[in-house]
Ligand binder design. Sequence first.
Ligand SMILES: [Zn+2]
Length: 302
Amino acid sequence: MATSADALRATAAYRRAQERTAAEVAADLTAWLAGISAQDVRTGAGPLGREYRARVARGRRKSYALAVAFYRLLRALETGTVVNLPGAATAEGPTLEGLWREFNRAAGAQAGTASRGGHLLVEDSPWVGYDERTEQRRAEGAFHREVTARLDKARGAAERRGRLDDPQFEKELAEVMTTARQEAARTGSQIAEDGGREALAEAVRCDPKALGYYRETDADPCAWCAMLASRGAVYKSAATAGMSDGVRYHPDCHCQPRPIFSRTHTLPEANQRYMRLWQEKSKDGLTLAEWRRELEKESSTT
Ligand SMILES: [Zn+2]
């Protein structure tokens, strides 16, 4: 089934809006972390970790709400019916025009519209509600790993060498703090963007009308993402290993899971290209490094 122009528009606008949300979170974290020294972390890791979590949470909720609006619109465009919002059961469904408005608002862009039309049939929400615990655990873990533990490790190593008072060590510690700031901002931005990806994964898992998804790659995907994209559509009935691979992303990645509602869904050109290349080159199996080289060769000839 060819994808409608409306669905293509919504999908492209969705990816752009998620990328923007991730960039906003990264910028906010970068600005905040710029004012924090290694000494501040030493004396106040607890409150700083909580502040980090709160900043990541704001972005993650935005990303989640954007994914809910996108899924409701996409499902309506592709199946003619809509699902309820998380935790809200309504008897009367919105109109397609209303769904576009909801999506445009969440995306912060005028991505599309529809003529008024009637109210759509509304079905059960696939979402049980926002997962605050996963969010907290990941954000706290990230702050500890990227900032507190990184500085502790540098201090521990200097202490063993009896160099804690050495002015050179102060300089070293400042460099470690620079890396800590960068990594904490990158990781926090990914945790935020994953909010939307998880909302889509949950929708696919729990909505009987969703058949599966494929990985819609960003403009410049890494070899890992291109490999997952080369698998094409992953159906819910397929081995669960494939499903769990499909929900793994990484910092600086803006690829998205694209839910599908038809077995004859036409995949984007990029996915088809990766599929052909993978089939052609993987006859004797292919390591990720070999695949990366094949991708580089291919992109240098096109
Ligand atoms: Zn990616």
